[in-house]
Design a protein around this ligand. Sequence first.
Ligand SMILES: *Cc1c(COP(=O)(O)O)cnc(C)c1O
Length: 366
Amino acid sequence: MEKKTLVPQNVEELKAYVPGKTIAEVVEQYKPEQISKLASNENRLGRSTHIDAAVEEALKIVHDYPDPAAKKLKASVADYCQVSEDMLMFGAGSESLLAGLCRSFFLNKENIITSDATFIGIYVQAKIRGVKVKRIPLTRNFRFDVKAIANAIDKQTKMIYIANPNNPTGTYITREEFEWLLGKVPSNIIIVMDEAYYEYANRIQDYPDVLSYKRENVVVLRTFSKGYGLAGFRVGYAIASPGIIHYLMKTRLAFEPGTLGQAAALAALKDQEFLNRSTTMVEQGKKDLCAFFDKHGIKYAKSAANFVMMELPDEETATFITQKMLEKGVILRHIKGFGLPKCIRVTIGLPEEMIHFKKSLVPLIS
Ligand SMILES: *Cc1c(COP(=O)(O)O)cnc(C)c1O
């Protein structure tokens, strides 16, 4: 007899998100002297000092629904990105916008092309809609293989998803690769450029300035979660042609992001000094960490984001190191779940956190 389930096959096959350990859980379990949470690519400097006052002010109207058009925030972001307001839509994090893209543009038989070992949100949101995802292997240097992606295009391809820089590898596609891809992808296929780490990557010389190409079929996703340090507020946005935004608006959840998130994001955008401090800290920390890895013969992928992915000799070593570091209060992300069992992702933290990381790691690898 056929086994009946409550839900469709695609939902049956999904696994619920497994969160990393919280600081409170690690303190309770291992009682380490110091805690360094380097697992989730958050901004370890915290947030701009302007946020709290803005949120307190917004609290006065929090009993009412938020502005569904996010008018003030939209005007400010339009100005910041030099785009018109009809090219913007906001949501509860860029993950919500990915969900919206999957809702608005797909019938079951169409597919998305992306890479192996990229942001898990795209696999999940596609699967929820029953959309097939073609996963192209990364190159040997853990980079998106744009040639193989272009070669995988078929009649059913509706979207190409590229995280630039990629999470969990930190690698990015260059201006030259992006231009090559633009030349290969027909205009009826949407190219999604997920730029969650844009604020860190945009200082790199050959990082593509995607908006400057003004392509109708390119969607850029950005977020306030990473560089601006507002992960808990859940604010992200899509920049796309008015035609695409028009269809995204039809399937959106009306009241994302919330009132407090909108206020926090607006205040964050106005404090570019905080952002500069964050990117400077990350740049310095990353340089320092890579020098440390070089010195100790640890392999890693060259990163354009606020984290570095280290590659250990085997899965066993990666599991061992993640666990031992956790016991010492250094929370890392073993990225087995992304399909890279030998690799661990390390968020760049405060200088004292990076010292904690190095001090704890040395005895484990020598
Ligand atoms: C963190 C991350 C996101 C999610 O960001 P939210 O705006 O917090 O939903 C999206 N894409 C990538 C590649 C990320 O690393």
